[in-house]
Design a protein around this ligand. Structure first.
Ligand SMILES: Cc1cc2nc3c(=O)[nH]c(=O)nc-3n(C[C@H](O)[C@H](O)[C@H](O)COP(=O)(O)OP(=O)(O)OC[C@H]3O[C@@H](n4cnc5c(N)ncnc54)[C@H](O)[C@@H]3O)c2cc1C
Length: 407
């Protein structure tokens, strides 16, 4: 493969904003694969890792470990605690506000890995609803949920994976409450028939009532008003309608989608500012099949790893003539828990479409537990063995990107 040198400086400074799954993976892999040619700095608001896959468990008062981010990233990565409050991609400058005050960091390339948070509730009365998509929201929900008296009504709005996992966890931990799942479509609509039957039975088993086919028109302190005129009693509403990206990218002038995620090409570079890469939930990336990669861990890890490979190749002067290869990611399955005792592993095709195949029962529960714990360990594995993380499609990408920098 022919290559050309894109960097003449001996050292490139890459700033990674956010130490979640995608940012953590990007940082440790880049530090490990760039043979000392890249100085990697990571900025994150707190020194402990937030495992968002378990925030619904935080909301029900369970202990969820919060590993030390510095240790996770290792000594080859510089860690700065704080928020990036302002980003100037053209000048290569970021303003960071942290416990030590406000400072400016320079960079040659920046990787936005800022994840997502609870979307603003798009109906009147949204201020009465709780969320579960970020740590602060989950902690607020935990207090409100714990304060509910026996017999109170709880409504979870949204039948996506987060809604299903949240409603299952809430109902499973407080059988003394009346818990409902309110969805605009069918609660099991995305799944194949076998998995759908299992999800339905699991919801029933926890006493969860599904209110399907109705949109919420407004949220009131003690009820939901639906667009068909019906009312759903709710002393505590949890909105799981969707995720939104933080405002940083939009405020920096980057091209973003309506949810605020950075529009990127297949190689994860911003379409408006190619010096910016976006990974994980922060990026809105075209998949080879023409759709978009969904906000998920399945996307966060490979996108972080792929960004690292692109940047390492660049620093080592090994960028292919045609430019960096696009991320080629095939999905395999989704593992969804319904409370602590039920789960389903829905097998999907490469494009994340559910098939007829599914794993249920104890095997699925164990797989889910392994997933939510293993995702944190994966960053440590990638730090020790920088090329260890692979994904369906990574062999093709490796041939185009990673091979020149391996070894
Ligand atoms: C309850 C729940 C259950 C889920 N279950 C699943 C599941 O089963 N499977 C699945 O695939 N996905 C699941 N998800 C989605 C998954 O958690 C996300 O897709 C994933 O966390 C995205 O990883 P990320 O690294 O892009 O972002 P995040 O994990 O959100 O990390 C982003 C990091 O950036 C930091 N940050 C943000 N702004 C700034 C800033 N300005 N300056 C510095 N740092 C900043 C944040 O504090 C955070 O540490 C679930 C989500 C939730 C909430």
């Amino acid at each position: 493969m022919s290559t050309h040198t894109t960097r003449t400086t001996p050292s490139t400074h890459v700033l990674v904003v956010g130490a979640g799954f995608a940012g953590g993976m990007a940082a440790v892999r880049l530090a490990g694969r760039s043979r000392g040619r890249v100085h990697v700095t990571v900025v994150n608001p707190r020194p402990t890792f937030v495992n968002r896959l378990r925030l619904h468990q935080v909301a029900t008062g369970q202990h969820v470990p919060a590993p030390d981010v510095r240790r996770m990233l290792g000594t080859d990565v510089t860690f700065v605690e704080g928020w990036v409050t302002d980003l100037d991609p053209d000048a290569g400058r970021a303003t960071v506000s942290g416990p030590d005050g406000v400072r400016t960091l320079g960079f040659d390339r920046v990787v936005l890995a800022t994840g997502s948070t609870t979307e603003p509730v798009p109906v009147p009365g949204g201020e009465h609803a709780h969320g579960v998509a970020d740590l602060a929201a989950a902690q607020r929900l935990r207090s409100a949920f714990a304060d509910l008296p026996a017999g109170a009504d709880v409504a979870v709005v949204g039948g996506g994976f987060t809604g299903l996992e949240t409603v299952g966890e809430l109902a499973g931990s407080r059988p003394d409450l009346r818990v409902r799942l309110v969805t605009s479509g069918a609660a099991t609509g995305w799944f194949g028939p076998r998995a759908a039957a299992h999800v339905s039975a699991s919801l029933d088993g926890l006493g969860i009532e599904s209110v399907e086919g109705s949109r919420v028109r407004s949220v009131e302190p003690d009820r939901l008003l639906l667009d068909d005129g019906a009312e759903v009693p709710s002393d505590l509403t949890v909105w799981c309608g969707g995720f939104a990206a933080p405002p940083l990218a939009r405020e920096a002038g980057l091209a973003v989608d309506p949810a605020g995620a950075v529009l990127t090409d297949g190689a994860l570079q911003s379409v408006s500012h190619p010096q910016v890469m976006a990974v994980g939930d922060a990026g809105h990336t075209v998949a080879p099949h023409g759709g978009w990669y969904s906000m998920s861990c399945q996307f966060a890890f490979p996108s972080g790893a792929h960004a690292a490979d692109v940047l390492a190749a660049e620093a080592l002067g090994a960028v292919p003539d045609g430019g960096p290869a696009p991320l080629d990611l095939g999905f395999q399955g989704r593992c969804v828990s319904i409370g602590g005792r039920a789960a389903v592993l829905q097998v999907t095709d490469r494009d994340d479409v559910a098939t007829d195949r599914a794993v249920t029962g104890r095997a699925a529960v164990v797989a889910k537990r392994f997933q939510v714990r293993g995702v944190v360990a994966a960053i440590g594995v990638a730090r020790r063995v920088p090329g260890a993380i692979r994904w369906p499609g990574s062999d093709r990408a490796a041939a185009a990107v990673a091979a020149p920098v391996a070894g």
